[in-house]
Design a protein around this ligand. Structure first.
Ligand SMILES: Cc1cc2nc3c(=O)[nH]c(=O)nc-3n(C[C@H](O)[C@H](O)[C@H](O)COP(=O)(O)OP(=O)(O)OC[C@H]3O[C@@H](n4cnc5c(N)ncnc54)[C@H](O)[C@@H]3O)c2cc1C
Length: 337
């Protein structure tokens, strides 16, 4: 365990915002968790930080940051067709994806390249190119921070939805995720429903394999998303809005090129990035805060933008989109005050 006081969080958030926190507690082993309760860390203001890739700190954080660095990828059960793998919260998501590709376990190859830790993956229900965490997750283990009691929640308990779960609703800030159990397939199968991904792969490739699919995913991702080692961002800043069909019918009349998908409950999901682009924000830059030229959904920090500057930019965008479409864009990113 490492405890640092008044430390900069710049290396701990992919926006690269330079804010500090009162105390940063990095947990390296699960048997260190009791210390957090002994020191009453969760009785003060606290935030559990993963890879910091879905967080915008708008000012110094006046509290404790708990950062999980626990490691471990263990196969706990295997059948002829399936494998169950338990992964520690502090593992890098991509290290786990890499493990699965090397061992020919199918199911998460489309999720390669997401700069997450494993512990945050169920919180956000991460998703990309037709696959979501909910499709491969068996259960989550952790500790209720309010009473230091362990919990195991199965897939259905997690109430997964688009970029959401029970950990962002009823259990928001109430759980420390310690382990995630995945259920993956040993049978060769791919999800290639996403057109841009399909187009990257030959249609008649009898030798299609996990490596080829993962490479194609990375190629598509890199064509649209900034490399956070070079340009700060938190990926998609806004969620794709879902609107009633009646409202959509009027909109499509005015904007016939709107990308749209029917949802299961009769509503229509729009592409937030396209709305931002039509509103004229793609590629715009205000000092070091900007909108990524290759994907309007991504707000970027070109160097020294502060969290407040990035937040102000996002609010300007929300205002313009609302004025034009009467649609309130909702941030996907956790905004920290
Ligand atoms: C370039 C880029 C591309 C991206 N692409 C995608 C994408 O394709 N698909 C996608 O879904 N997302 C994407 N994201 C967003 C982001 O990577 C995901 O939301 C990711 O799950 C966040 O993980 P993190 O470890 O960085 O979590 P953080 O940002 O640190 O935290 C996210 C939330 O999880 C909570 N949390 C973290 N760890 C724990 C824990 N152990 N216990 C309890 N709560 C915890 C935090 O409190 C916070 O509420 C992208 C981001 C970037 C920067």
């Amino acid at each position: 365990m490492q405890i640092q006081k008044n430390v900069s969080l710049k290396p701990y958030n992919t926006f690269g915002v330079d804010v500090s926190c009162n105390q940063l507690i990095c947990v390296d082993r699960e048997d260190e968790i009791p210390y957090l309760f002994q020191e009453k860390v969760f009785d003060t203001r606290f935030f559990i930080l993963g890879g910091g890739s879905n967080v915008l700190f708008t000012q110094n954080y006046d509290g404790n940051i708990v950062h999980m660095r626990t490691k471990g990828i263990d196969i706990v059960k295997e059948t002829e067709n399936e494998v169950f793998i338990k992964v520690a919260a502090g593992e890098l998501w991509d290290d786990f994806v890499d493990f699965c590709i090397r061992h020919a376990y199918y199911g998460i190859e489309n999720l390669i390249g997401i700069p997450s830790l494993v512990g945050s993956s169920p919180v956000q229900n991460i998703g990309a190119y037709g696959v979501e965490l909910k499709d491969v997750m068996h259960s989550v283990e952790g500790i209720y921070v309010g009473n230091n009691k362990p919990f195991v929640l199965n897939n259905a308990d997690c109430e997964f939805a688009y970029r959401s779960s029970v950990f962002k609703k009823a259990l928001k800030n109430k759980c420390l995720v310690t382990q995630v159990l995945f259920r993956l397939s040993k049978i060769k199968q791919f999800t290639l429903t996403y057109k841009a991904l399909r187009d990257e792969l030959p249609y008649d490739d009898a030798d299609l394999n996990l490596q080829k699919v993962a490479q194609a995913v990375l190629k598509v991702r890199n064509s649209k998303l900034p490399d956070v080692r070079k340009i700060g961002s938190a990926g998609s800043f806004f969620k794709n809005p879902v609107i009633p069909k009646s409202r959509f019918v009027t909109l499509i009349d005015k904007y016939p090129s709107l990308i749209h998908f029917d949802t299961d409950n009769g509503e229509v999901k729009l592409a937030a990035g396209q709305l931002v682009e039509i509103a004229g924000w793609k590629g715009k830059r205000l000092n070091d805060a900007g909108v990524y030229p290759l994907q309007a959904l991504v707000i970027v920090n070109y160097g020294n933008a502060g969290g407040k500057e990035l937040l102000d930019l996002s609010m300007e965008i929300q205002k313009d989109v609302f004025e034009r479409f009467e649609i309130q864009l909702e941030p996907e990113v956790n905004i920290m005050f």
